[in-house]
Design a protein around this ligand. Structure first.
Ligand SMILES: [Mn+2]
Length: 332
């Protein structure tokens, strides 16, 4: 880590324009970590722009000091017209493809041989890029960004501290997941010292959700499936229900999967949602006794030992059977 941050610092000296990006369906860590990294690069005197595939969810907009560019927007031309990027920084992406359609245009936006920097904390991270600053011991990418800021001696402003704290808070499930380590808590403590307000941040993220979120949650809980003698809980969100509850889009399902594993006796919780015709996304959680990363990897996904995910293709009942069979094989 220390060595790769030093190499990053050396590479920074030779570049002026830096592009940052993060994974599709950005969560609190992706949003907070990427915004904070941009702010740190600006403190280091660089020109830095974020381009992402999906928009920042409503509940994280309070973290946004300057809006990131969206791939779907028409503003990109002016960004690129100002000059090509000499460095691309990926934040919270376990592999290059996780950033979605941004990847298709990188060649148009960047100079040839632009330096790729990979800032992440996923165990499954494949160390892509020219410089990989990856620490799987860290609960969040935000902590890795914090380490970079500290090692580079850049000041952590209250705004940066707030963005990073949001990353630690959300990726540890409000300091509840098994990744809530001494280091994660220490980082959170130092971020509070630097100006992050824990009560305000928790309120903005968790206590200001739109009514529709709870309507959706109610429907999903009412139809929760219990399998494997009570050890597996599965929630399924069909495309029809998405269209019914969110006819104008803007669906927010973050954290819904946690309910599946908060039921007594349940070892593995799964939340499967339809993302297209015969296309699904599954999120998996466990209490740590079952390694859900292995389940996800068997289905070409990835993640952490007690929080993982994968994409699935096929007919909905067949997809669920495949997932349940994989879970059954890992139950104690
Ligand atoms: Mn993360």
């Amino acid at each position: 880590m220390t060595d790769s941050i030093t190499r990053f610092q050396q590479a920074l000296a030779g570049v002026e324009r830096i592009l940052l990006t993060t994974h599709v369906n950005p969560d609190g860590d992706a949003v907070g970590g990427t915004l904070a990294m941009r702010a740190l690069l600006e403190l280091a005197g660089k020109t830095a722009e974020i381009i992402m595939s999906d928009e920042v969810p409503e509940k994280y907009r309070f973290l946004v000091d300057r809006p990131p560019h969206l791939i779907a927007e028409g503003t990109l031309e002016s960004v690129v017209a100002a000059g090509r990027f000499e460095m691309v920084v990926f934040v919270d992406a376990s592999e290059r493809s996780r950033v979605g359609s941004v990847l298709d245009s990188l060649g148009d936006w960047c100079v040839e041989g632009a330096i790729e920097v990979n800032i992440d904390h996923h165990l499954s991270n494949d160390r892509f890029g020219d410089i990989a600053i990856v620490d799987p011991e860290r609960a969040s990418a935000a902590e890795v960004v914090f380490d970079i800021g500290l090692q580079m001696g850049l000041g952590i402003t209250p705004s940066i501290a707030t963005q990073l704290y949001a990353g630690v808070l959300t990726d540890t499930g409000r300091f509840q997941y098994s990744n809530t380590t001494i280091e994660a808590l220490a980082a959170a403590s130092r971020l509070v010292e630097a100006g992050a307000d824990p009560a305000l941040i928790a309120d903005r993220i968790y206590a200001q959700r739109p009514l529709m979120f709870y309507r959706l949650l109610g429907r999903l809980l009412a139809h929760l499936e219990i399998h494997h003698e009570g050890r597996t809980a599965l929630m399924y969100l069909s495309g029809e229900l998405i269209d019914e509850i969110y006819p104008e889009g803007g669906m927010d399902t973050e954290g819904i999967v946690d309910y599946t594993v908060q039921i007594a006796g349940v070892e593995v919780g799964a939340f499967v949602r339809q993302v297209g015709p015969d296309r699904f996304r599954a999120s998996l959680r466990s209490h740590g006794r079952v390694n859900v990363r292995e389940i996800a990897e068997a289905l070409a996904g990835g993640g952490h030992d007690s929080a993982a995910g994968c994409s699935l293709e096929g007919e909905s009942s067949e997809v669920r059977e495949r997932l349940l069979a994989e879970i059954a094989g890992k139950l104690p």
